[in-house]
Design a protein around this ligand. Sequence first.
Ligand SMILES: O=C(O)CCC(=O)C(=O)O
Length: 265
Amino acid sequence: MNRSTTEVKDDFSINGFVYLPGFLSAEELKAVNGHLDQLIREIVPSMQPEEAFYEDPADPSTLKQIQSLYSHSSHFHEMMFGSRFEALASLLLDDNAVGRNMQYFNKPPRIGNPTPPHQDGYYFMLEPNEAVTMWLGLDDVDEENGCVRYVRGSHLDGMRTHGSTQVLGFSQGISDYGTSGDLDREVWFRTGPGDLLVHHSLTIHRADGNRSLDRTRRALGFIYYAEKAKEDAERRRAYREKLAKDIRRAGNDDPAPINAADKSI
Ligand SMILES: O=C(O)CCC(=O)C(=O)O
């Protein structure tokens, strides 16, 4: 990190996110890409439906998300735990950081869907809602192929109302997103491979779809909870039950894969 830790921390506290270009070296990036390619080639084809999601389940080239990367690869396990990522999470959370998920996000060209505006904390259901998500870019990403957008300072405004979306992997979105308070404060990042974005669990964010004809848009997501944040197990159970019911009502007889595809784990 070239910036001082105080600067990074202050930036995060004020804005609810921080941008760290070049967090991974070219060599580290090469290793990530190699391990990812291997995982996709050798392990993903036999994964359970709740571990790997596709834009079109009949077409393996439309792979969209993989959950819990660290449980399938020692390389990703080392990246998640006892790592620079964990140390950064701990710094920003002012607490020990507890690694909860490491995901692969992809938006295939032409068909990669937008990520609806949401707050990760809505899925996490923590008390206090103290967690961070890190988004590590693996490709050049801009407005055409699905950049991440944040509402600056929104982590200080509390939790917004969320409702169901039709987006696999992001089943909940902010129902009334788009007020001037949202749009006037929205910022987006042009990111390159190895750049890192980190946001607080209450920061409102969304991402565009991939409208390009042939550009990939791959990223890794790391989720860390603050040790002091405790999961509200009862609320979580009720939420999952409601989600399953909503899905059944919407005509899907087998809610399991969609339920498990929820952003939380
Ligand atoms: O890459 C995406 O579209 C999802 C990003 C996101 O919502 C997150 O990292 O929390």
